[in-house]
Design a protein around this ligand. Structure first.
Ligand SMILES: NC(=O)c1ccc[n+]([C@@H]2O[C@H](COP(=O)([O-])OP(=O)(O)OC[C@H]3O[C@@H](n4cnc5c(N)ncnc54)[C@H](OP(=O)(O)O)[C@@H]3O)[C@@H](O)[C@H]2O)c1
Length: 288
């Protein structure tokens, strides 16, 4: 099959980020998009990956598909590794074979969370949990196996699609007069629609495909408790939100106490305009 337009392959079509890219794909008629999720192309199948690459010969591969069950990854390690690391190595090798530019998404969980100032891209990694470890192996494989690779680390992703903190809070606060939310973990929320737009700005911008690692989230550093209160107030719900320490809410996978990331590199390189988390939260909530 010969394509007249450059093809952009996007995985994780049914996830938060993949869905947001799907929603704006129509704004880019110069490209032909191919969206897939597990049913069309299982990332753990090298044969399926190869077949898609051979057929589509993509100019860009936007890798949104991932194993994102953070707590489950602590026990389901093989699957987390297979999807977040081995599959990414295969994807990157296929990108090299086909001259494909790869944009791969990673996470703030590659850091320990013991920091006190926003993490820069070249700061030492020390994953806080197994999911973070599998994602770190994935970003390394993406960069090592294909020269034309951009890795974007993001954090606290939410959207009108998929499962996320914003939806969980709204559901709980509609059901319960009082809820408890952790107040000693701080970081930056990311509205998946903003990241989707940033990715397409990189692809279509005039700054070139400047390879390497970048950090992206919305502006502002808050706790989960702050985020929950803002969601409650914006939705005009009445639930009382109590701040609690992490020790009062144990989870199978450890979470970082501090995971804010420095975003100067992506702003300066690609002239991306970052939105404040509160503005983006309101934009998202209007659609819910
Ligand atoms: N969500 C966050 O807070 C967050 C934070 C930092 C970084 N990230 C990263 O950002 C990226 C996008 O995250 P997201 O929130 O959009 O994730 P998401 O909503 O969980 O979407 C991921 C998609 O990948 C699919 N998938 C899982 N295993 C697959 C396989 N074997 N083959 C093909 N597809 C498979 C999932 O399907 P199923 O749902 O059926 O498994 C899901 O549709 C990921 O790389 C993630 O690691 C996310």
């Amino acid at each position: 099959m010969t394509n007249t337009k450059p093809v952009i392959m996007v995985t994780g079509r049914l996830g938060q980020l993949g869905s947001e890219i799907f929603d704006i794909a129509g704004n880019y008629p110069q490209f032909e998009f191919n969206f897939s999720d597990k049913d069309e192309m299982d990332l753990s199948s090298p044969e399926q990956l190869q077949a898609f690459f051979d057929q589509l010969k993509p100019a860009y591969f936007i890798s949104c598909g991932a194993y994102t069950a953070v707590d489950k990854a602590e026990t389901d390690k093989d699957t987390a590794l297979a999807i977040n690391a081995t599959a990414v190595a295969n994807i990157a090798a296929l990108c090299k074979q086909h001259n494909t530019k790869l944009i791969h998404i990673s996470t703030d969980y590659v850091f320990s969370g013991n920091g006190t100032a926003p993490y820069t891209e070249d700061e030492v990694t020390d994953p806080v949990n197994y999911y973070g470890y599998s994602k770190l192996l994935g970003e390394k494989a993406a960069l090592e196996n294909n020269d034309e690779t951009i890795v974007i680390r993001t954090s606290w992703v939410y959207s009108t699609y998929g499962n996320n903190f914003v939806k969980t809070m709204i559901r709980l606060m509609k059901d319960r007069p009082e809820i408890k939310v952790v107040s000693d973990q701080v970081g930056s929320p990311t509205y998946a629609a903003d990241l989707a737009q940033a990715i397409m700005d990189i692809v279509t911008g005039n700054d070139g495909f400047v390879t390497g690692i970048y950090h992206f989230s919305n502006e502002g550093v808050i706790s989960w408790y702050d985020f929950a209160v803002a969601i409650r107030d914006a939705k005009q719900l009445n639930s009382i939100v109590h701040p609690i320490p992490t020790t009062a809410y144990p989870t199978p996978a450890k979470r970082p106490a501090y995971s804010a990331m420095n975003k100067e590199k992506i702003v300066n390189t690609f002239h991306i305009r970052l939105k404040h988390w509160k503005d983006s939260l309101h934009t998202c909530l209007i659609k819910m």
